[in-house]
Design a protein around this ligand. Structure first.
Ligand code: NAD
Length: 449
């Protein structure tokens, strides 16, 4: 990202595959966006949930008519291969449709009080919700969160990542929510900070890095506000002694290299049993050779990834594949395989967010499980095993939001988890997100004598 002139008024958007600027975006005013959302909030909250849902469904239809255009935009500014981009956008539109169905069904509870009293629990909109969205799957994440917040009756200030502002702006145009209930705010941390700190924001939902999440948690706690934090991870993959190493290597490559390793639940650490380690690493190296990936998001991200790899090699890891910054334009980095080395190296401790498969060979499942759990993060983990007892132990003993047995990605619709440890707090997905985005009030109605 280029350095901005002061005072900042615009942001350059770069194409990660060339490093060249493709657009300039005007930086917004957080206070103005919050005030506009606040002004729109009462009317939107009074709109029937079914009508809010109809607006969202109409928006989803418009998005569907423009999938190709959105995919192209997201690929240009975010570097995703076009097919991946399309997949993310389809998922995002699906999430809007799901929340449009779920929103009007989001019910309170009737309680058992005195015979002549009525006691109920009702969900109310929180008011103004600020959404701070990252760049790595920007349309999918934004669509789900915007839809959930709006259908629950909140007005929304949506701040796309400064790296993917074009697709963000297009979503807002196509959704076309009336009355100002959906405000677009463009910019980086310089508008993200005042947005998160704004006293008139009732809930901040931040999906992004732990570092930013910490700052937001502090500022929101200071005003007794609520923050939903969906942050980074350092997901482990355990390869047990009894699995087919070639299949395990396919899973590892998919987990480590999909979206060039820039997924919150990318596989970042691999613990493979010594019984299958050799054929596993050989197959993983072949998979790395055959993997085509897009560029990383920017030069800074590539520096972080390369620093982790270089440091790991200095600390004794064997570089089996990749590990070199290629010549030429753009922010490309090759699929990389590392084996062994210091278990306290940043490549095994901090989020790398790049196409790096960092493999450690272990002598038992116990050792693998202990190492997998020895982390500050708690987003997700995967275990490849045929042993049901090992699978059960992984489910019980790993402090993560999501445990996956025998598949690095996937899961049933509606699955929602609370991240553990530094990976965040609160439900960021699924029907439970509607609980988070509403305030629960209990009502007791008695009869006057
Ligand atoms: P980031 O935290 O830098 O930025 C996320 C959003 O917050 C952006 O809109 C950004 O402009 C804004 N922001 C940045 N600094 C801010 C500040 N000080 N105050 C307020 N707002 C600020 O994260 P990123 O680099 O865009 O995204 C990558 C990270 O997101 C990775 O760590 C990844 O694991 C994580 N992620 C998590 C999930 C999840 O569901 N857990 C999903 C996707 C990505």
């Amino acid at each position: 990202m280029t350095t901005l002139a002061s005072p900042p008024e615009t942001l350059d958007v770069l194409d990660p595959s060339t490093g060249e600027p493709i657009a300039t975006v005007e930086i917004g005013d957080a206070d103005a966006a919050v005030r506009a959302a606040r002004a729109a909030a009462p009317a939107w909250a009074r709109t029937a949930a079914a009508e809010r849902a109809e607006r969202l469904k109409a928006g989803a239809r418009r998005l569907r008519e423009h999938v190709d255009q959105l995919a192209e935009l997201q690929s240009r500014e975010g570097g995703k291969p076009l097919a991946d981009s399309r997949g993310g956008i389809e998922a995002g539109i699906g999430a809007i449709e799901q929340y449009a169905e779920l929103g009007p069904l989001h019910r309170g509870k009737a309680l058992q009080g005195g015979w002549n009293a009525t006691d109920v629990m009702v969900h109310e909109p929180r008011g103004v919700v600020a959404l701070l969205v990252p760049w790595n799957d920007p349309v999918a994440i934004a669509c789900g969160q915007i839809a959930a917040a709006l259908v629950a009756g909140n007005a929304v200030v949506f701040k796309p990542s400064e790296k993917t502002p074009l697709s963000g702006a297009r979503i807002v145009e196509l959704l076309d929510i009336p009355g100002g209930a959906l405000q677009l705010l463009q910019g980086d941390a310089r508008v993200g900070r005042p947005l998160a700190a704004h006293p008139d924001v009732d809930l901040v939902m931040h999906t992004g890095s732990v570092q930013t999440g910490r700052e937001i948690a502090d500022v929101v706690a200071g005003r007794m506000g609520k923050a939903l934090l969906e942050l980074g991870g350092k997901d482990a993959l355990i390869v047990d002694a009894d699995v087919d190493p070639a299949w395990a290597a396919e899973q590892a490559a998919l987990g480590a290299y999909a979206n060039a390793g820039q997924i919150c639940t990318s596989v970042e650490r691999i613990y493979v049993h010594e019984a299958v380690a050799e054929p596993f690493v050989e197959a993983l190296a072949r998979a790395a050779d055959g993997w085509t990936i897009g560029p990383l998001i920017d030069a800074r991200q590539r520096e972080v990834v390369h620093a982790h790899v270089t440091d790991a090699v200095e600390r004794g890891a064997r570089l089996v594949r990749g590990g070199a910054v290629p010549d030429g334009p753009g922010f490309f980095y090759p699929p990389t395989v590392l084996v062994g080395g210091d278990r306290d190296a940043p490549v095994l401790r901090e989020e790398t967010f790049g196409p790096v498969a960092a493999v450690q060979v272990v002598t038992s499942f116990d050792e693998a499980l202990a190492l997998a759990d020895d982390t500050e993060y708690g987003l997700a983990a995967t275990v490849l095993t045929k042993n049901p007892e090992h699978a059960q132990r992984a489910v019980r003993e790993l402090a993560v939001g999501t445990v996956k047995i025998n598949a690095v990605f996937g899961g049933a619709p509606g699955g929602a988890a609370e991240p553990a440890r530094l990976s965040g707090s609160g439900f960021g997905y699924g029907p439970e997100l509607l609980d988070e985005l509403t305030r629960t009030k209990v009502v007791h109605m008695g009869i006057a004598p």
